[in-house]
Design a protein. Structure first.
Lengths: 192, 192
DNA sequence: GTCTATACAGCGATAGAC
DNA sequence: GTCTATCGCTGTATAGAC
């Protein structure tokens, strides 16, 4: 297989395994088995485990930016925020099983005191900045970052409890509640 | 040292290390070093790592129940809920460094597919049931569990982002917002 | 670019002396 | 009740054949 393909295959499987089992738990052998190559070959592509981690974080960042970019056309800012909230529904099966890929990684790296913990937070920033821009465009000039953090906070909270209780109805209820909150905020802004 | 004392010392140090570094990362050697005993002696008290985990979860459960019981005297239900919300302020230093002890453990055990993952969720149930009882006593008969889950969800979300961003102002802002939400809910109930 | 072989540290766990 | 010694396994990582 070509160098590029094998490398991307490794990153994709590592991404999945880090999400489903955690970064520390996942061994080189696990990833090599998933890619169906030997451990020896593995080291041709990545010298250390931290190198794979960095590559996985970079891939996650690129994936999210691509998703957000796809929402830029034919959508109003509040429709975009709603699309973000509804990720909780779209990805509910995986979230109930493994939580939020970004939140759980950031927490794990923080506890490990891992050098890449800052890169994991940069993943949060992708959504924080994007959400902040949507709120800004809606007219919440001064409060745009606070509101972005609030939406991010609630999606993290829903993911956390959805994982613990594996409860779809809970997710649906909280998504509806968050959308109602959004409508009320927008209305109270325009009512002024 | 007496058997009982050493055992409780081990549980206390394991509790701290599991919280600060995670369950999997913490080795027998780490705990033994913290307690200042040898690994060999360690096994006199606990035969397997899962035994320590169970003991730690039991201790956490007892600690939380004791805290909630102390709030039972001289407090109205809404004052009790407020006391729960303000844990985020009281424990802000540790939460910013390591997240919520219950949420992060539940998430980790779920990813490890660990046999004790259900016991970790039982820790959530302590707060869920207790919050539900407070809301029920306030008069939210049918919605009491939903509201308990909502408060739990938001405290999880705040803890998650507070850990990522190490941001005290964010915690204070969201605690105030959650208290305002509580007041509004109580008022709209009594207004009916 | 992929493989085998191997080094070495640390893990959970056990046996037995004191 | 605490210790030393040791086992078997798995982890990351390296060297070198093909």
């Amino acid at each position: 297989m070509a160098r590029r393909q094998t490398r991307e295959h490794i990153i994709a499987e590592a991404d999945r395994l880090f999400y489903e089992s955690g970064f520390e738990t996942t061994s080189f052998a696990d990833i090599a088995a998933a890619v169906a190559i030997t451990r020896g070959n593995f080291y041709y592509h990545f010298k250390t485990k931290d190198e794979i981690l960095s590559a996985v974080i970079k891939k996650r960042m690129a994936d999210r930016l691509k998703m957000l970019e796809a929402w830029e056309t034919d959508r109003t800012p509040s429709e975009r925020i709603r699309a973000f909230i509804e990720i909780l529904i779209t990805n509910q099966t995986k979230i109930r099983a493994f939580g939020c890929p970004i939140g759980t990684l950031a927490t794990e790296l923080k506890k490990l005191n891992h050098a890449a913990r800052g890169e994991a937070v940069a993943l949060f920033d992708v959504f924080r900045d994007w959400l902040g821009r949507q709120f800004f465009d809606l007219g919440f000039k001064a409060r745009s970052d606070d509101l972005a953090m609030h939406v991010l906070m609630r999606s993290q909270g829903v993911a956390s409890l959805a994982t613990a209780y594996n409860d779809l109805k809970f997710i649906q209820r909280e998504v509806e509640d968050l959308c109602r909150w959004l409508d009320a905020e927008v209305q109270s802004l325009n009512g002024k």
